[in-house]
Design a protein. Structure first.
Length: 506
């Protein structure tokens, strides 16, 4: 077969690439902690296969694992495996103070190594995957392609990674590994050189935005951000879709993306969006923020499913499949820092618009997508409220009761979001009706009044009471008078109601 793929916890396709190697094997992996994979590579190297591995240094592992990783790396080097540690860092890996671990730094201390991707190439096939060379069993994506074009392209990308991070460059008599410095401006380059002279560390705090090319939505394999920023690839795919967007992703933790999805829903009514991800309790940076982002997307009608063992990352829109190495987080997608700076670690993305492949991955997504019980989003909050209120009367509450009320809370949030959107659209219609191009406060109050009157007739005092925390009584009177004058609202025996004919025709 030319193409094989799987979404699974076994690494059969990865092992296949290794075992199929007869002349050479090129590997890039973010982490290499596995004895089993090491022995497979050693076996190949001893049989005459040229094995080359680019990975992160030993201190990419948590401290307790480092002796074991050091031993594995020594064994590889003694067995003629060319093991290259890519020491380039990207920014700072500091977590927030609300990290579940209670720590403000990641497991690798103050270093965030840049190369965050997995690629394997031999003389006849290539694999892109979310699977690190570790013993962990997660749900990973594997895409194996044995076409000459893809194999050649993957080998070119392997060499490109070597060039960017490892090819020596001499500046003012100082030699540094990596053409990466071509993407820096003078100020950032000076900081990078000063740190290297002081400590030997290779670190890029930011890239120069003007030196990074635009993302291009064409079939191919891209190294981000050097061949397009990962966030730009994502946003262009979102913009291109009219019917559906599916995201299978390990971590969902980016507020800018949430805003972009909200904008897409408003611009493209009826679009189906689904997200399969790990539960927010597994987001170390800020669990509560993770929960809030999930609530936000649920409130927009986006489907969400959870699985605690996801490591796979792929996206599907109407016509495109994207297999990416990055999560939905600021550092993986990249973000602007100031006017002319971009911060992002190094990611890989594969784009393919083959109709049968896009459909196959949609089916793969649907097979694994299991919508969460919407009540689970508010489970803790409602349980806490139940405890407080039932305690007053010496009562307890059942699991079912809490579940029902949690689902109610979720449905109310959905309703509120949709109603707010409706009121804004009403205010826009009123603004256009008055020949204006600015939605003034008065138009917003008129829209809110119409919103309430559509549900039932109200006396003025009732409307005034409902808006007492929103605006003044005099503003309500002015808005109501204008609505009456323009026949949006009719009055009969002290009761106000919407003029349905006017509302439908205007």
């Amino acid at each position: 077969m030319s193409i094989e793929y799987s979404l699974s916890k076994d690494s059969k396709l990865l092992e296949k690439v290794i075992m199929d190697s007869e002349q050479f094997l090129k590997v890039v992996t973010f982490r290499f902690f596995s004895k089993d994979f090491a022995h497979m590579l050693i076996e190949k190297a001893n049989s005459g296969v040229s094995v080359e591995v680019i990975t992160t240094p030993v201190d990419a592992a948590k401290e307790k694992l480092r002796p074991q990783v050091e031993k594995i790396h020594r064994e590889l080097e003694r067995s003629n495996v060319e093991l290259i540690a890519c020491s380039w860092e990207a920014g700072e890996p500091r977590l927030t103070s609300t990290s579940m671990s209670g720590k403000v730094e990641g497991g690798i201390g103050r270093k965030w190594y840049s190369v965050h991707l997995q690629l394997l190439v031999n003389e006849k096939e290539a694999l892109i995957t979310s699977k690190n060379l570790t013993s962990e069993k997660n749900l990973d994506i594997y895409y194996l392609d044995s076409t000459p074009e893809f194999t050649k392209l993957s080998l070119e990308k392997f060499n490109k990674i070597k060039e960017i991070f490892l090819e020596p460059v001499t500046i003012n008599g100082l030699t540094i590994k990596g053409q990466i410095i071509r993407f820096l401006n003078e100020e950032i380059l000076k900081d990078t050189i000063d740190l290297f002279k002081e400590s030997g560390r290779l670190k890029v705090e930011h890239y120069c935005l003007d030196k990074l090319p635009d993302a291009s939505i064409n079939k191919g394999l891209y190294i981000c951000p050097f061949e397009g920023k990962l966030r730009d690839f994502l946003y262009k795919l979102i913009d291109s879709s009219q019917h559906s967007l599916y995201f299978f992703i390990e971590t969902f933790f980016d507020e800018d993306l949430v805003k972009r999805l909200e904008e897409k829903i408003h611009a493209t009514p009826g679009i189906r969006i689904k997200i399969m991800t790990r539960p927010p309790e597994m987001v170390r940076q800020d669990t509560q923020k993770g929960r809030n982002l999930i609530k936000q997307v649920l409130s927009q009608g986006i489907g969400v499913g959870y699985s605690s063992d996801i490591q796979a990352k792929f996206w599907i829109c109407d016509k495109w499949l994207a297999i990416a190495s990055g999560d939905f987080s600021k550092m993986n997608l990249g973000h602007k820092h100031g006017k002319d700076r971009w911060k992002e670690d190094t990611q890989l993305i594969y784009l393919d618009d083959t109709e049968s492949l896009v459909k196959a991955f949609k089916d793969l997504f649907e097979q694994h997508f299991k919508p969460i019980d919407t009540g689970s989003v508010f489970k803790k909050e409602v349980a806490s409220l139940f405890r407080r209120l039932t305690k007053r009367y010496g009562m307890i509450s059942s699991k079912e009761a809490k579940s029902y009320v949690a689902r109610l809370k979720y449905s109310l949030i959905i309703k509120t979001e949709k109603d707010v959107e409706y009121v804004i659209n009403l205010a826009i219609r009123l603004t256009k009706f008055h020949g204006k191009n600015k939605v003034e406060g008065l138009f917003a109050i008129m829209a809110i009044i119409l919103y309430y009157l559509q549900r039932r007739e109200h006396k003025f005092d009732e409307i005034s009471e409902k808006l007492e925390n929103i605006t003044t009584e005099s503003m309500v009177k002015e808005a109501m008078a204008r609505l009456q004058f323009q026949d949006w609202v009719l009055k009969s025996e002290g009761m106000y109601r919407v003029n349905v004919q006017k509302l439908l025709s205007s």
